[in-house]
Write a protein that binds this ligand. Structure first.
Ligand SMILES: NC(=O)c1ccc[n+]([C@@H]2O[C@H](COP(=O)([O-])OP(=O)(O)OC[C@H]3O[C@@H](n4cnc5c(N)ncnc54)[C@H](OP(=O)(O)O)[C@@H]3O)[C@@H](O)[C@H]2O)c1
Length: 271
């Protein structure tokens, strides 16, 4: 196994996150559909997703899927992970890789339900994987084989991957996993502000979204600190200074910290 193109990946569960990942893989490489295998729990979502993906394989059972793939990717709700692993564990080999995107399910929990020597990877992706702009934190379990690196390469096609200790996954779940919801609320507030300030909804949306992505690009391409970026925009007595003073008086910084801490604590409760 030398590259990710030859890896057959089987997604158990074809819901929201599976759909976002499959569409990201096919967007990066339309021929990837041939290497994607899917199941669901009877809803028909696997067949619908296979059609969107243009030729992915649908299997009648999870066990049939395991027999056809190199990587088994668990995309079911956290509460269903143990049942699915018990169903397939006797046919999962150390030559497979078992990966999961389930929030709060640790590699050790999965390893305990699998034979020794089966490599396990745990991911926490976010929905921008659909447009190859995801943020995916991951942790490795104890075992490895020659398919682990090609598997990680496959996930790199979906966005930025960051290896992280598992004890920090709840914080990452809050920040990057739930983050698109938080940024969505903030951009929506800018859209509202645009209308209150006299701009049309359409222009407000365009200015808000491009300003968000442009700011993100400045921070990454120029490797700027946030305070340096702020200083570039903030002249003494100017408009940004007036706006920033209002943001601080309104407690925006504290509200965002409280938001992420609340989400992290909720991830802990659910885990
Ligand atoms: N949504 C997000 O933004 C997000 C972000 C990060 C991580 N995650 C993780 O992604 C996982 C899936 O979340 P989701 O939002 O995609 O959930 P979802 O939309 O409810 O999808 C769950 C899928 O699992 C299938 N399923 C359940 N039991 C099964 C079984 N025994 N065999 C085969 N398929 C089975 C369901 O089948 P049916 O279609 O037949 O019901 C459904 O297709 C969760 O563990 C979650 O923690 C989600």
């Amino acid at each position: 196994m030398t590259n990710s193109e030859r890896i057959n990946i089987g997604l158990i569960g074809s819901g929201n996150m599976a759909s976002a990942m499959v569409q990201g893989w096919v967007r990066a490489d339309p021929s990837a559909a041939q290497t994607i295998h899917l199941t669901d729990h009877g809803s028909g979502r696997a067949a619908a997703l296979a059609e969107i993906a243009g030729g992915a394989h649908v299997h009648a059972s999870n066990r049939e899927l395991v027999g056809a793939v190199d990587v088994v990717l668990l995309c079911v709700k956290p509460i269903d992970i143990e049942d699915v692993l018990r169903e397939i564990s006797d046919i999962v080999e150390p030559t497979h890789v078992v990966a999961s995107v389930a929030a709060g399910v640790q590699t050790a929990t999965m390893e305990n339900l699998l034979d020794d020597g089966v490599p396990v990877l745990r991911f926490m992706p976010n929905v921008p994987v659909k447009v190859n702009a995801g943020t995916l934190v991951f942790a490795r379990g104890r075992a490895t084989n020659d398919k682990v690196e090609p598997t990680l390469e496959l996930f790199r096609a979906l966005g930025t991957t960051v290896e992280l200790q598992e004890r920090l996954f709840d914080a990452a779940t809050a920040l990057s996993g739930s983050g698109p919801a938080f940024f969505g609320l903030v951009v929506e507030a800018f859209e509202d502000a645009a209308i209150v300030s006299g701009l049309s909804a359409a222009v407000g949306r365009e200015l808000a979204v491009t300003t968000m992505s442009g700011t993100a690009q400045m921070l990454t391409v120029e490797d700027l600190s946030c305070s340096d970026l702020r200083r570039m925009v903030t002249s003494p007595g100017g408009t940004a200074a007036a706006g920033l003073a209002q943001m601080e008086r309104a407690g925006v910084r504290g509200a965002i910290i409280d938001t992420v801490v609340a989400a992290r604590d909720r991830a802990r409760e659910l885990g």
